[in-house]
Design a binder for this molecule. Structure first.
Ligand code: BGC
Length: 278
């Protein structure tokens, strides 16, 4: 399904853009860790190391914003620092509609109903864009990772504490899919087939692959995807479970691993910036 028209390059980012337009800060807010870096959108490469700090407990908007302000300051000081006005992309494990959170998984419920985009922009004094964590991972994989150059229907599924999902049709994101909450065996799929479920139930790889087989077969039936990209921390062990799956769809491991959320967050911020007038 390779489609050269979806390959990176046509935007002018690789050539004359200033660092203000090319470099953005990506922040991936997870249930336990906040990971962040500056990213060059020309090639998706990080211009700083990936830095980490613990997610505050409880992860209220106030407490997370405080950490974000500190980390933006931290990034601005080191080598590879982004432009002082560069915008910030932030992932949350939440449904995000036009900047407003409509759910909260592993973060405080106080996010629900909050205009997170506006709230964080005010706290950071920068332009901020907010999106769902799996949507961010998908944006990164489709542009720079395992999904690049693929037209048609591409599903990115992240296996972690929950199950995240992102759907792309000819390279365009259909946001907020929430396929981790499809029913599987009478409960949410993520209760039975997330990486956390494997650990919690002490499942061996064949048993875990059975769960994934049921889940992916259901996704295949519903969406007829051309490609499924499997991400999340557990994807480093993909050889243990992906070869056991029997599906018509090609299933590949994510390539960007821990950096996908950061890169996708930065890309989301970048895509919101109007291109400079030539
Ligand atoms: C949440 C999603 C999130 C996923 C991965 C699910 O429980 O409902 O919004 O993308 O976990 O963090």
């Amino acid at each position: 399904m390779a489609n050269p028209s979806l390959r990176p390059a046509p935007r002018p980012e690789a050539t004359g853009w200033s660092t203000l337009h090319r470099h953005h800060i990506g922040v991936d807010v997870g249930g336990t860790l906040i990971k962040y870096a500056a990213v060059d959108m020309a090639d998706g490469e990080l211009t700083t190391p990936v830095l980490r700090r613990p997610t505050p407990v409880p992860a209220t908007p106030e407490a997370v914003a405080e950490q974000l302000a500190l980390l933006v300051e931290e990034l601005s000081e080191g080598p590879g620092a982004p432009h002082p006005e560069s915008s910030v992309g932030v992932t949350l494990p939440a449904i995000i509609r036009r900047g407003v959170a409509h759910s909260a998984a592993n973060i405080d419920d106080a996010w629900i109903g909050l205009d997170a985009r506006r709230f964080l922009a005010e706290r950071l004094g920068r332009t901020v864009q907010v999106l769902n964590d799996a949507d961010a991972a998908g944006l990164a994989e489709v542009r720079y990772g395992a999904g690049r150059g693929n037209a048609g229907t591409v599903l990115i599924i992240t296996l972690g504490t929950g199950i995240g999902s992102a759907l792309f049709v000819d390279g365009k994101l259909v946001p907020n899919l929430e396929l981790g909450h499809l029913e599987l065996g009478g409960v949410d799929a993520e209760v039975r087939a997330s990486a956390l479920a494997r650990e919690r139930e002490g499942l061996d790889w064949p048993d875990y692959a059975d769960r994934l087989q049921q889940y992916f077969a259901h996704l295949e039936f519903l969406f007829s995807p051309d490609l499924i990209v499997v991400g999340g921390g557990i994807s480093v062990r993909h050889e243990e479970f992906l070869p056991r799956l029997r599906l018509d769809t090609r299933v590949v491991p994510a390539e960007l691993r821990n950096e996908a959320g950061i890169i996708g967050a930065a890309r989301h911020a970048y895509l919101a910036v109007p291109p400079p007038v030539a």
